[in-house]
Design a protein around this ligand. Sequence first.
Ligand SMILES: [Zn+2]
Ligand SMILES: [Zn+2]
Length: 322
Amino acid sequence: MGIRIVPADAWIDPSRAVARALVTHGHADHARGGHEHTIATPATLAIMAVRYGVADGAVPASYREPVALAGGVTATFLPAGHVLGSAQILLEYAGERVIVTGDYKRSPDPTCLPFAVTPCDLFITEATFGLPVFRHPPIADEIARLLAARAANPERCVLVGAYALGKAQRVIAELRAAGWHAPIYLHGAMETMCRLYEAQGVPLGDLRQAAGVPKADLAGAIVICPPSALNDRWSRRLPDPLTAMASGWMRVRQRARQRGVELPLVISDHADWDELTRTIAEVNPAETWITHGREEALLRWCELSQRRARALALTGYEDEDD
Ligand SMILES: [Zn+2]
Ligand SMILES: [Zn+2]
C-alpha cells in the first residue's frame, strides 16, 4: 500500500488514508485523499485540492527544501520531470540517503522541471517501461506526425486522447512549441487541470471548450479529450474525427488497435528502457530497488552490470498517466 518510512511513522504514496503521507505527485495511483497530513510540493497540493478538496493538513514542501519528519528523518523533494509538481523524495536518516523516485522521465518536458540526478545509497526506481522493447521516440517527431495527419485531412478534426493530468498539457505545450497557435479545443474534463497548469505558470495558449462549437467549425481543428471519450457518444458531435492517442503503450500495436486508434502517438511521461538504465548508472547508488512496473529485465540488467538490486513488489499502482 505504499512505502513505509518506519522511524518517521509515515508513508510515501499510500493507497489508503494514513496519519502522515508524503506524496510524490498528483496522479490518482499515488495521491489519494483523506490523509491527516499530506506533505507534497505546492503544485501537487494544488492538484490534490482540485481533485479531492484536500486542504486541512496540507504541508507544502518546496523543491530542495528539507522537511524534518519525526524520528530524526529528513525528507527533501527533488524534481522528477514526470508532471507538474512531481518529485523524487530523498530521505536522510542515520547517515544514509534513500531516494524514492515516484514516476519520472528524462526527456524534456516544457510543463515541469527536469529530473534532478542526485547521489544516494539506496535508489528506489519505478520501472513502468522496464523492457528493452520500450524506447520512446523524440516527442517532436510524434507532434510532427500529428500535425502532418491534420494537414492531410482538412475536412476532419484530429481527436487526441490524453490523460487529464500531465499528458494533455504536455501535448498542448509541444504543439505550441512546434508552431501550432490556433485554438486547441478541449473536452470538458480537461478544462480544470489545464487552467491549474496555467495558474501555476505553464502557458498553454488559446484553449476553448469543444462543447457548443458548430461541427463544421471544428474541421481542421485539434481536439483533446480523455482516452475514455475517444470512441464514446461525445466524439460523435465532431466532424469525422481522426482518432489519436498519446501514450507510451502506443508502442504496442495491439493496444492501439484495441482502442480503435488510427494515429498512435508514442508519448510517455515515464522513463523508457534507455532512460531507466542511464539513470541508474548516473545516480550510481550502492543498491537499487525496482518497483512499479516490469522489474525482471531491469533487475537482470543491474546484475549484468555488477549492481546490487532487488525487485520490490508493490501493488495498487495502476497508471492513469502512462
Ligand atoms: Zn504518475
Ligand atoms: Zn505511477
